[in-house]
Design a protein around this ligand. Structure first.
Ligand code: NAP
Ligand code: GDD
Length: 330
């Protein structure tokens, strides 16, 4: 039975990846950090089937201990401070988690289990102020936030450990991917949650920032398959993963409101607090290398994704089904 360690198992991607690997017959070890209350809402249904180990990206010793004790075949580093606005307000902490945390985990692998295959969760935010469109593995990077800069460090340290120590270490440069389990502060989930609240009469308005920004949005459940495929290749190679289609935040808003028969213009207000000090205006993936070499293509369209998320939030907030307010579907 192959054994995988997932950091960030309590996050959106970690929960989908754990389900995916369990279905493939893996033994899954999830790394969680100590918090004052459980953050297991996305993996509650998996807890009996995964082994949970405590470690923190800030703490070298705890990471090395987990890797030494588990002796994994594969390590997926999904843990990070992943919200761009927080990276502007907490840039140093973001650097500790999202940049240096990668080095700490790579050191743990190098010293305690160098045969393990290592996946780093890199990001299209590294393209930032894009130097060409669409963006591929050859596009120069130009990050536009402390988060993007930290991810770029994580990306290059992964390349460096591959080249310096001959580790099987790869970076997946993933474009935005969403789901009903997406954190509520990210724009897709903020919109679908807002639409559901308005539909149920819990509020009347939704405050947003820049509606012009464009993203290449896919479904997280499709993207964890690409992560796994990268670690099954004969050689360690980095890939861009996205849909090859871009939409504006305005498109997202329109499709989400239309799903419940409402006109977004009656409800959306612009609040400048949600504008960023530096914006990423346009992201659009060229995933042709992954299509060709990994045999990976996304199965979910933008419209299907938005409908799935709106439906899940409408169901979650339905006053007739007294579900706990924080419960996540999907
Ligand atoms: P997410 O939902 O924000 O999950 C982040 C995870 O990291 C959570 O499990 C969190 O644990 C954990 N974590 C944070 N700080 C930690 C620390 N100091 N020690 C140990 N664990 C820590 O993120 P996601 O959307 O699943 O994304 C997964 C990864 O892919 C992230 O690295 C993200 O930056 C990257 N990425 C995401 C996207 C996207 O569109 N979703 C695109 C490209 C790259 P708690 O539950 O304790 O907070
Ligand atoms: N969060 C948020 N809230 N974003 C808003 C809002 C709002 O009220 N209004 C407009 N936006 C715009 C942002 O300015 C940004 O251009 C876009 O919506 C997407 O924002 P997020 O959903 O917060 O995601 P992101 O693109 O900044 O970052 C996500 O994707 C990256 C991959 O490109 C995160 O998941 C990162 O961790 C990930 O690396």
């Amino acid at each position: 039975m192959p054994r995988a360690v997932i950091t960030g198992i309590t996050g959106q991607d970690g929960s989908y990846l754990a389900e995916f690997l369990l279905a493939k017959g893996y033994e899954v070890v999830g790394v969680v950090r100590r918090t004052s209350h459980h953050s297991y809402e996305r993996i509650e249904h998996l807890v009996p089937r995964v082994r949970i180990e405590a470690a923190d990206l800030l703490d070298q010793h705890s990471l090395t201990t987990v890797i030494r004790d588990v002796q994994p075949d594969e390590v997926y580093n999904l843990a990070a401070q992943s919200f761009v606005p927080t990276s502007f307000s907490q840039p140093v902490l973001t650097g500790e988690f999202t940049a240096l945390g990668v080095t700490r985990l790579l050191e743990a692998v190098r010293l305690a289990c160098p045969t393990a295959r290592f996946y780093q969760a890199s990001s299209s935010e590294m393209f930032g102020k894009v130097q060409e469109t669409p963006q591929s593995e050859g596009t120069p990077f130009y990050p536009r936030s402390p988060y993007g800069v930290a991810k770029l460090y994580g990306h290059w340290i992964t390349v460096n450990y591959r080249e310096s120590y001959n580790l099987f270490a790869v970076s997946g440069i993933l474009f935005n991917h969403e789901s009903p389990r997406r954190g509520i502060e990210f724009v897709t989930r903020k919109v679908t949650d807002g639409v559901a609240r308005i539909k149920h009469g819990l509020t009347t308005t939704l405050a947003l920032g820049n509606l012009e920004a464009r993203r290449d949005w896919g479904f997280a459940g499709d993207y964890v398959d690409a992560m796994w495929r990268m670690l099954q290749q004969p050689e360690p190679v980095d890939y861009v993963i996205g849909t090859g289609v871009t939409h504006s935040v305005g498109d997202l808003v329109r499709v989400a409101f239309e799903r419940v028969g409402l006109n977004w213009r009656d409800h959306v207000v612009i609040d400048e607090r949600y504008y960023r000090p530096a914006e990423v205006d346009l992201l659009l993936a060229d995933p042709s290398k992954a299509n060709r070499e990994l045999g990976w293509t996304p199965a979910t369209t933008f419209e299907q994704l938005v409908h799935m998320m709106v439906d899940a939030d409408v169901e979650r907030l339905n006053p007739k089904h007294a579900r706990p307010s924080g419960a996540l579907a999907g």
